[in-house]
Design a protein around this ligand. Structure first.
Ligand code: ZN
Length: 336
């Protein structure tokens, strides 16, 4: 472990993180390949600094097929001026840039899922090297971290902003203040299926104020969800004390994901027919979808009952499912 930490990151920034003003550049990662022997992965980055104050690191496309984050952050990077900032804003609109260019969740180079690759390795695959750079260079600079997600090509979500339950209750309370300020239609106390290796977990273990989102899905962004992301990024920076202005307050419904019964998984593959839509109130045991076997005609569909009651918050997006796919997420409406 000690030996690994002595290996410097192969990524170099073309911007100076300590320089005042607005600087657009790249995180350059050497990547030798068939079409460029001495090529590089060039991940766009913007650093905006004005005097002393907290640092926010804002990221999108941690998964390459999720678009609200990149829209909000390319927009912010093009518009935010240094005199609107006290402190520093580090913007990386497409964190897993190879995946973003390929419009895939994972990297086309090594199939790496960046959000399962933390803490990463400086001597690992391309995705592991990106994770290592965030772990050892960018996260330590941050006070506030906002990482945008959406459903990608295979999930669809009610638009929500979220934070996690963490051991440090001060850190947790501040994170939820930022969730409220973000102003998504829904705000969630989020439970993860699989928290090991996540950027979220890496940031939270360093004591950072960490906020994330799920703002839609299906491998695109709607006018509505893009607007939520743009507004949310601005509200986040204002509430963090970094950007001047007033938080534009929007009503939000609070949701809790208290246990594993929130998730319904398919045990059969086939053609899925949903019997309810996102935003519907569901009762425990209510049939939420049925799956037709498609190898032959004449077979009855398999009905999937909801494992708990609550609000239908997320669903499998494509029309065909495989065994083990998450079909539905049902969350509890709670008081703020
Ligand atoms: Zn994601």
């Amino acid at each position: 472990m000690l030996q690994q930490q002595l290996v410097p990151s192969p990524i170099s920034a073309t911007v100076d993180f300590a320089a005042e003003g607005v600087h657009h550049g790249f995180l350059r990662l050497p990547y030798s390949r068939d079409d460029a022997a001495w090529g590089s992965v060039m991940t766009p980055i913007t650093v905006i600094k004005n005097g002393d104050g907290p640092t926010a690191v804002l990221t999108g496309a941690n998964h390459g097929d999720e678009y609200e984050g990149p829209i909000a952050l390319f927009d912010l990077a093009a518009r935010l001026s240094a005199d609107e900032v006290t402190g520093r804003v580090i913007i990386i609109p497409a964190m897993n840039y190879p995946a973003f260019q390929a419009a895939t969740r994972t990297s086309p180079i090594d199939r790496g899922n960046l959000n399962r690759a933390f803490p990463g390795r400086p001597d690992g695959t391309v995705t592991q090297k990106i994770a290592d750079y965030f772990q050892r260079v960018l996260l330590p600079m941050a006070d506030y971290v906002l990482d945008f997600h959406s459903g990608g090509k295979t999930l669809d979500f009610l638009p929500f902003c979220a934070a996690h339950i963490v051991p440090d209750k001060m850190q947790e309370a501040r994170s939820f203040e930022l969730v409220r300020a973000f102003g998504a239609p829904y705000s969630v106390k989020m439970l993860e299926i699989d928290a090991v290796g996540m950027y979220d977990t890496a940031a939270e273990e360093m004591g950072k104020i960490f906020v994330t989102t799920e703002l839609g899905g299906g491998g695109t962004a709607s006018a509505c969800t893009a607007e939520i992301a743009i507004r949310g990024a601005r509200n986040f920076l204002i509430a963090a004390g970094i950007m001047a202005g007033e938080v534009t307050v929007h009503p939000t419904e609070w949701l809790d994901m208290p246990d594993d019964d929130c998730f319904t998984f398919a045990e059969d593959g086939g053609l899925i027919q949903f019997l309810a839509d996102l935003g519907d109130q569901i009762t425990k045991g209510q049939p939420i979808a049925r799956i037709f076997p498609v190898a032959r005609t004449g077979l009855a569909p398999i009905t999937l009952p909801a494992r708990r009651g609550g609000l239908f918050t997320a669903r499998h997006f494509p029309g065909l499912v495989k065994p083990g796919d998450c079909v539905a997420v049902i969350a509890d409406k709670v008081e703020a």
